[in-house]
Design a binder for this molecule. Structure first.
Ligand SMILES: Nc1ncnc2c1ncn2[C@@H]1O[C@H](COP(=O)(O)OP(=O)(O)O)[C@@H](O)[C@H]1O
Ligand SMILES: [Mg+2]
Length: 207
């Protein structure tokens, strides 16, 4: 089973992905937790290039291709082999992030993004995508609480994030079968409980 987490930065994806991973471990279910961009030596190097604040000259197409390259390597080297061995693979972001950020939020044409997503992943679709739904303003106030230096991707304005946010909602609406949308304003444990309920149902586990 392949589970992905999506949503704006600070929506709580990494918190929830980690909690789900711990939960599955506690139930003795083999699982692996990955993050995008990254997860392999090559993909982590590509991640550094994408997030480097000095790379202001990067074109939208280059950026999208780098995300796709990083993802392609991760799918071939880690995700597919683990799925084959029966692992639950949890990925903190996947190609819906490219669709939301590079197409809805950016300059890439939707049809092209969807095509390249498909090519980069060899058509590997998540079985379940958890969208943590938090409005940009709420995400921003969490970001301000954190207060550390922003990377290149975080260094964009509210109008941009509103487009990305609408993008995620639209993608979820177009892919109702695999999407689970959870309100990000709930508490960490409420969100976690709702996630494990859905995952258990899908894995057909009764706890
Ligand atoms: N449901 C929640 N309510 C309040 N704060 C949260 C919640 N989930 C996560 N946080 C906090 O918000 C910040 C961002 O969470 P994180 O999981 O890193 O988000 P993401 O991976 O989506 O960027 C962290 O400080 C985290 O503790
Ligand atoms: Mg995160």
């Amino acid at each position: 089973m392949f589970i992905t987490f999506e949503g704006l930065d600070f929506s709580g994806k990494s918190t929830q992905a980690k909690m789900l991973h711990e939960y599955l471990k506690s139930k003795k279910i083999s699982s692996v937790l990955l993050r995008e961009p990254g997860g392999t030596t090559i993909s982590e190097k590509v991640r550094e290039i994408i997030l480097d604040r000095e790379h202001i000259e990067m074109t939208p197409l280059t950026e999208f291709m780098l995300f796709s390259a990083s993802r392609s390597q991760l799918v071939s080297q880690v995700i597919k082999p683990h799925l084959k061995k029966g692992f639950v693979v949890i990925c903190d972001r996947y190609y819906d992030s490219s669709t939301a950020y590079q197409s809805y939020g950016g300059k890439m044409e939707l049809k092209q993004v969807l095509e390249v997503n498909d090519i980069a992943t060899g058509g590997l679709k998540p079985d379940m995508t958890i969208l943590i739904d938090i409005a940009p303003k709420a995400a921003f106030s969490r970001a301000n609480l954190r207060g550390n230096a922003k990377d290149r991707m975080e260094n964009k304005n509210l109008a941009y994030y509103n487009k990305v946010y609408k993008g995620f909602k639209d993608i979820a609406n177009r892919n109702k079968k695999r999407f689970v949308v959870i309100k990000g304003s709930l508490t960490i444990s409420e969100i976690h409980n709702s996630i494990i309920e859905k995952v258990n149902k899908k894995l057909k586990i009764n706890y």
